[in-house]
Design a protein around this ligand. Structure first.
Ligand SMILES: C[S@@+](CC[C@H](N)C(=O)[O-])C[C@H]1O[C@@H](n2cnc3c(N)ncnc32)[C@H](O)[C@@H]1O
Length: 332
């Protein structure tokens, strides 16, 4: 049965096709505004939205990703307002997009009852020069809550190591021994440090302090590299990113909504972490359904870490089980 707080109301539910359901959640095919249209106010604990960026990508025949700027903003505001409406007081909203759109979203959310928490930078290093502009090197991830956050769990990230020699790449100002055994506090930059700094320098000058500027980096959100699920032409996010956000902003049994389902990354992460979930995708849902079906059957994959196949690749599954053990029993 879907989350107890969710009851679909009104006719618009008839426009949606239910394509997959588990005890924890339900995925529809259709327009997210129709799904929002059947939800009551204040029922969702967390929303993660990764809309098309209006870059002209091909998401299938029913999806236009090339709107005029004003049209795109109007459309964005329509679903942002719905996100605000269906979120419970204290609920969390994460929106992933290009900085140029997020700055508009932020201005809109600021005057619509939402509390700014963080601008998280997700470094995507394989970018290219663009005429008279700086080379864009990150996507943004806005984090707002509907008033003071209802839930803010401590989430730790593995201590970064060099992917070639396996040594730790920072000296923590001589306070390494004071770090929490679980790892570092989650930070507001999701980065891949090995792409920024020459690895040889890191190994030679391990304690030189050359890493100070990376102090607020979180560097293990990789691009999706797992062939089994990288079947879509459009963007697909790494599960570790969703797992962290869900762990940060919800507790077991809370309801997570993603209105732009894509390959189902959010639903997969929610299912794994024991959260209820609700989803919709306007285009092809087969990738998401396949991933969720596989997971239900016990077929799961190891996702590649941001640091590739280094000698001491951080063990994400161990990290996650640590988080889970803490969070499932409500210890923060
Ligand atoms: C950037 S992708 C999301 C990728 C997803 N986060 C993942 O990890 O796979 C955006 C998705 O939104 C879908 N979409 C676009 N307009 C939509 C709408 N009005 N309602 C629901 N889904 C929509 C697109 O088809 C596309 O799959």
């Amino acid at each position: 049965m879907l989350h107890q707080s969710v009851q679909f109301q009104g006719d618009r539910i008839n426009r949606l096709v239910s394509v997959f359901q588990t005890d924890m959640g339900q995925l529809f095919q259709g327009d997210c505004l129709d799904l929002f249209g059947v939800l009551s106010n204040n029922v969702v604990d967390m929303i993660f939205a990764d809309p098309p960026f209006n870059l002209g990508k091909d998401y299938g025949k029913d999806v236009s990703d090339k709107l005029k700027r004003e049209e795109y903003l109007e459309w964005s505001k329509s679903w942002l307002l719905e996100c605000i409406r269906v979120l419970k007081p204290g609920g969390a909203l994460f929106v992933f997009n290009l900085p140029s759109w997020l700055i508009e979203y932020g201005a809109f959310l600021n005057v619509n009852n939402m509390l700014f928490r963080h601008w998280i930078a997700c470094r995507m290093p394989k970018t290219f020069p663009r005429g008279k502009k700086l080379s864009p090197a990150h996507y943004g991830l806005l984090y707002y809550t509907k008033g003071e956050p209802a839930t803010f769990n401590k989430v730790y990230t593995p201590i970064p190591v060099c992917r070639h020699c396996g040594k730790e790449i920072r000296d923590y100002g001589g306070h390494r021994n004071k770090l929490n055994e679980k790892g570092l506090n989650l930070m507001d930059v999701f980065d891949d440090s090995s792409e920024i700094w020459k690895v040889d320098e890191v190994c030679e000058h391990e304690h030189s302090g050359a890493w100070i500027t990376l102090e607020d980096m979180m560097d293990d959100i990789p691009p999706v590299r797992h062939g089994k699920y990288k079947t879509r032409t459009a963007n697909e996010l790494a599960p570790i990113m969703l797992e962290r956000l869900i762990l940060l902003a919800t507790n077991a049994g809370d309801l997570v909504l993603d209105p732009f389902g894509g390959s189902g990354t959010t639903y997969y992460a929610a299912e794994k972490l024991g959260r209820s979930w609700l989803g919709i995708e306007l285009g092809d849902t087969s990738g998401a359904v396949r991933r969720l079906t596989d997971y239900q059957r016990g077929v799961d994959v190891e996702w590649e870490s941001a640091r590739g196949n280094g000698k001491r690749k951080p063990d994400m599954s161990q990290q996650l089980s640590l988080f889970r053990n803490d969070l499932m029993v409500g210890k923060k």
